[in-house]
Design a protein around this ligand. Structure first.
Ligand code: NAD
Length: 367
């Protein structure tokens, strides 16, 4: 049985604790805030999953037991991820580390160092872009592989979701000003919080053999008031190294939410949707000749994290050691696009990403 530690007893810490427990793993949740641990035990976990699971251990960060963990999950706010991840990798490297998305802040501070530390320790480091590992994503990958839509010509992805839902899940917060969400420089705003859209665009571009995003042109709608500074709408036009173009939209204002992706091919299309209704994801596709097909994939919120934790199980038991869809490199490719979006918006220019420069701001060049 694997021994897992989760840093951060917040919303994601609870989701992932539950997903790890469904594998029967030992789970310890740690937080710097005793109140967050109590909230997990008394409110969040029982409200989501029926009962508190007595086998989950809770500890404050200054009171951790002296033991080895097979996997470490960093489920804290984005501006704390890399400092925490680096200190764990440097002192007690686990076999697997999952860092939540977005990996860091748009300053990219510490990003290249985490790659170097990972290479030195041999820890398999992944990032919480869980939508690459859900069933609907697997079905779209199969359809792409069958090439029935012909050569992909363009792709559009959007995660547009009013963040009222997030605040509903955090009733102890009054609004974006109380957390990283209200500050793009801390990894919040639409660009960071809903970066699943950038990531899923990159995921399908990769599967379609179109290469990495090399150009970004962005328009952001910034909310800059006394106590907040974040993008509520983030619009991106992107182009890959092979010339494949498309667009990505992320916002924190759309209600009801729309989480979609569409690939238009030479003779058909495939569409992907998260939360088609309260209990289904969906895909739609057409080969240009026969009727349009639709599939509805029954799911619950815990299913959003099942594929991700199954993937970690496969890494831990040695059955997976390949090119992970949630590798730290892919998570940082998404971070580069987030950083590029802010620079493009600030300079009102298209920017180029030069991957040879590593995961640092130097990699982003004005065109
Ligand atoms: N993949 C997903 O679908 C998904 C869903 C929700 C959140 N997230 C991501 O997870 C991260 C956390 O979001 P959240 O909504 O759970 O936040 P949250 O505010 O609910 O919880 C974060 C917790 O981390 C604790 N913390 C801060 N620094 C710490 C440290 N050094 N050690 C231990 N605990 C520490 C805080 O006290 C807080 O309780 C964010 O990066 C967010 O984007 C991802």
């Amino acid at each position: 049985m694997y021994n897992i530690i989760i840093y951060g007893a917040g919303s994601i810490g609870n989701h992932l604790a539950h997903a790890c427990r469904t594998h029967g793993w030992n789970v310890l949740i740690c937080d710097i805030d005793q109140k967050a641990l109590e909230r997990t035990r008394d409110d969040i976990y029982p409200a989501r999953y029926g009962d508190w699971d007595q086998s989950i251990r809770l500890a404050t960060a200054d009171n951790l037991p002296d033991e080895r963990f097979d996997a470490v999950i960093v489920g804290t706010p984005p501006d704390t991820h890399l400092k925490l991840a680096k200190s764990i990798l440097a002192s007690t490297p686990p076999r697997v580390m999952l860092i939540e998305k977005p990996v860091c802040t748009p300053s990219l501070e510490g990003a290249q160092e985490i790659i170097e530390l990972k290479n030195r320790t041999g820890t398999f480091v992944v990032v919480g872009y869980n939508h690459t590992l859900t069933e609907n994503t697997g079905r779209v990958a199969q359809i792409l592989a069958q090439t029935t839509i012909g050569e992909p010509l363009t792709m559009a992805a959007g995660f547009r979701e009013h963040w009222g839902g997030i605040f509903g899940a955090h009733p102890w917060l009054n609004g974006p000003q109380d957390t990283y969400l209200g500050f793009y420089e801390r990894g919040g705003g639409a660009s960071g919080e809903h970066s699943h859209a950038i990531n899923i665009w990159q995921h399908f571009a990769h599967l379609a053999g179109k290469g990495r995003i090399s150009e970004v042109s962005a328009t952001l709608d910034m909310v800059n008031q006394d106590n907040v500074n974040y993008d509520r709408v983030c619009l991106l036009n992107v182009k890959t190294a092979s010339g494949f173009t498309g667009n990505i939209v992320q916002d924190v204002v759309t209600e009801p939410a729309q989480k979609k992706m569409r690939i238009q091919g030479e003779r058909g299309f495939v569409e992907w949707q998260v939360n088609y209704d309260g209990s289904h994801d969906a895909i739609r596709y057409w080969d240009g000749k026969t009727e349009i097909k639709e599939e509805f994939i029954s799911k619950t919120r815990p299913d959003d994290f099942r594929g991700e934790i199954d993937h970690i199980a496969a890494i831990l038991d040695g059955s997976f050691d390949g090119d992970s869809p949630i590798s730290i490199e892919k998570g940082l490719d998404t971070m580069l696009v987030i950083a590029a979006a802010h620079i493009s918006h600030q300079h009102k220019k298209t920017v180029r990403i030069n991957y040879d420069k590593g995961y640092r701001l130097d990699a982003i060049e004005l065109l």
